[in-house]
Design a binder for this molecule. Structure first.
Ligand SMILES: NC(=O)c1ccc[n+]([C@@H]2O[C@H](COP(=O)([O-])OP(=O)(O)OC[C@H]3O[C@@H](n4cnc5c(N)ncnc54)[C@H](O)[C@@H]3O)[C@@H](O)[C@H]2O)c1
Length: 403
C-alpha cells in the first residue's frame, strides 16, 4: 500500500466556519504554529499507520456565497475570539493560495434558507441534474490536475438542507439513474449532486452534515460499485458526544432514565439556517436517535436548538436528565456544555480525511463503520455508545497494522 504525494481536500461549504477552521488549522500545523490537539490520528495507537501527513493536504472547495475567503477567516477570528488574529496574519500567503480554488457551487433543492444565503449566485434551477453533476465533477478534476494530486477526498460541510423524503429512486441505484436522466428534481438536492459527482470521480466522500440527500442507499450502492469509501452522517462534536458517553452510565447502574431534555443555543450561520424549521428537522432527527439506541427504550426527550446571534460560533447546551433509582426515588443530573463548534469539528474533519484516504488505498468501498465514533447518526452501524465506537476504530487500526 503506497502513500505517495499530496492529496486534495475538497470542502463543500468552503467559506463556512468549520471549513475555514479546517484550512487554517491544517496550514498552521504545516508551519509548526500549532499542535494536533483534538486529532485522534495523531495519538499513539496510530503510530506506524501509513496516513497522509497533514503537510501533504491541499485545500479547495465550493460555496454558494461570494464572500472573500481571507475575509471569512478574519470574520471567524474576530467574531468568535477562538482563533488568534496573529495566526491569520502569519498565514496570509498560504490562505491567499487557497482562495482561487474556492468556486461557486449549486443550491439545487436546498430550500428557502439556503436559497437566501446564495442570493442568486449559485446554480440550481437553470441546469439539469446531469449538468450539475458534470459541473461538480469538472471542478474536482481541475483541482486535481492543477495541483497534481494523487487523490481527492470530498467533505460536505455545507449548511443543513431540509430533509429529503426517501422514495424508490433513493433506495435503488438504477431507479436513481432513471430519475436523474428524467431530470426529476424531487429526487436530488445539492448534497446528492456533490456525493454523486465525488463518487463518480473515485473520491472518498464524507457527509459531516445531517443532510439526508447526501448518502441514501442508492448513493451507497454507487460507492460500492465504484470502489469508493463513504461515511456519515452529522459530526458528533458537542451535546450528542456527551450523551453517547453518559447514557451508558445509567445502564451500567440499572437506573431508569425518565426524561432527557436538551436545549442548545448557538449564534453562527449554522444556527441561523437551523432557525428555519425545515432545516432544523434534519438536525433533530440525527440528534434524537442516540438515546433510544443506547438505552433500549425511549425516555421522554426533546432536543431544542435556538438561534442567539450574539453567541456566534460559541454553542451552549444545557441537558437535564431525570432518572429513577432504588425504591422509586427520583433524582436528576444536569450538565452544561460550552464549546466553539468549529474548533471541536475541525480536527475531526482532518482525521476523517486521512482515514478515508487510508480506506481507499486499502481497497475498501461503501460505508466505513469503523468511523462511527465521529458521527451522530453513523450509517450502517447500530452501536451508539462512544467507547464501544472508539474500540471499533482501535480494532480497525490493529487490523491495518497486522496486514
Ligand atoms: N460545528 C459543529 O460542531 C457541527 C457538528 C456537526 C455537524 N455540523 C454541520 O456542519 C455544517 C457546517 O457547519 P458550519 O458551522 O461550518 O456552518 P456555516 O453556516 O458556517 O457554513 C456552511 C457553509 O456552507 C455554505 N453552503 C450552503 N449551502 C451550500 C451548497 N449547497 N453548496 C456549497 N456551499 C453551501 C454556506 O454558504 C456556508 O458558507 C452544517 O450543516 C452543520 O450543521 C456542524
Amino acid at each position: 500500500m503506497r502513500n505517495e504525494g499530496k492529496i486534495g481536500v475538497w470542502l463543500i461549504g468552503a467559506l463556512g466556519s468549520i471549513a475555514t477552521t479546517v484550512i487554517i488549522g491544517a496550514l498552521a500545523l504545516r508551519k509548526g504554529l500549532t499542535g494536533p490537539t483534538g486529532m485522534l490520528t495523531e495519538t499513539p495507537p496510530f503510530d506506524g499507520v501509513s496516513l497522509t501527513a497533514v503537510e501533504n493536504l491541499e485545500f479547495g472547495g465550493c460555496d454558494v456565497r461570494r464572500e472573500d475567503f481571507i475575509q471569512a477567516a478574519w470574520h471567524l477570528s474576530r467574531a468568535t475570539g477562538a482563533i488568534a488574529p496573529q495566526l491569520i496574519d502569519s498565514l496570509q500567503e498560504e490562505l491567499s493560495a487557497v482562495a482561487p480554488y474556492i468556486v461557486m457551487g449549486t443550491a439545487c433543492n436546498c430550500g428557502e434558507a439556503i436559497g437566501q444565503l446564495a442570493g442568486g449566485n449559485a446554480t440550481g434551477k437553470e441546469q439539469s441534474l446531469r449538468d450539475e453533476i458534470a459541473g461538480a465533477r469538472a471542478c474536482i478534476q481541475r483541482f486535481k490536475e492543477e495541483k497534481e494530486l494523487r487523490d481527492v477526498v470530498v467533505v460536505n460541510l455545507a449548511s443543513t438542507e431540509p430533509p429529503l423524503d426517501l422514495q424508490e429512486a433513493h433506495l435503488d441505484l438504477s431507479a436513481l439513474n432513471v430519475a436523474l436522466d428524467r431530470n426529476d428534481t424531487a429526487a436530488a438536492c445539492a448534497s446528492t449532486i456533490y456525493a454523486y459527482a465525488a463518487i463518480e470521480e473515485g473520491c472518498p466522500y464524507i457527509n459531516f452534515t445531517p443532510s439526508t440527500g447526501a448518502l441514501f442507499p442508492a448513493i451507497v450502492h454507487l460507492a460500492e460499485k465504484n470502489g469508493v469509501p463513504v461515511m456519515g452522517s452529522d459530526g458528533k462534536t458537542g451535546e450528542t458526544l456527551v450523551k453517547s458517553a453518559l447514557a451508558p452510565m445509567f445502564m451500567c447502574r440499572n437506573l431508569d432514565v425518565l426524561s432527557w431534555e436538551g436545549f442548545n443555543i448557538l449564534g453562527n450561520m449554522d444556527g441561523s439556517v437551523l432557525n428555519h424549521p425545515k432545516n432544523c428537522e434534519s438536525k433533530i432527527r440525527t440528534k434524537d436517535q442516540v438515546l433510544a439506541k443506547i438505552l433500549g427504550y425511549t425516555p421522554h426527550s426533546r432536543v431544542r436548538i435556538d438561534y442567539v446571534p450574539s453567541l456566534d460560533d460559541q454553542k451552549t447546551a444545557w441537558d437535564f436528565i431525570h432518572f429513577r433509582g432504588f425504591l422509586g426515588a427520583k433524582m436528576s443530573l444536569q450538565f452544561i456544555w460550552q464549546g466553539f463548534d468549529s474548533i471541536l469539528a475541525a480536527p475531526l474533519v482532518l482525521d476523517l480525511v486521512r482515514l478515508a484516504d487510508l480506506s481507499k488505498r486499502r481497497g475498501e468501498s461503501g460505508l466505513m463503520p469503523h468511523l462511527a465514533s465521529y458521527f451522530k447518526a453513523p450509517l450502517g452501524v447500530s452501536e451508539h455508545r462512544l467507547y464501544e465506537q472508539y474500540e471499533m476504530l482501535m480494532d480497525y487500526v490493529r487490523q491495518v497494522k497486522n496486514r
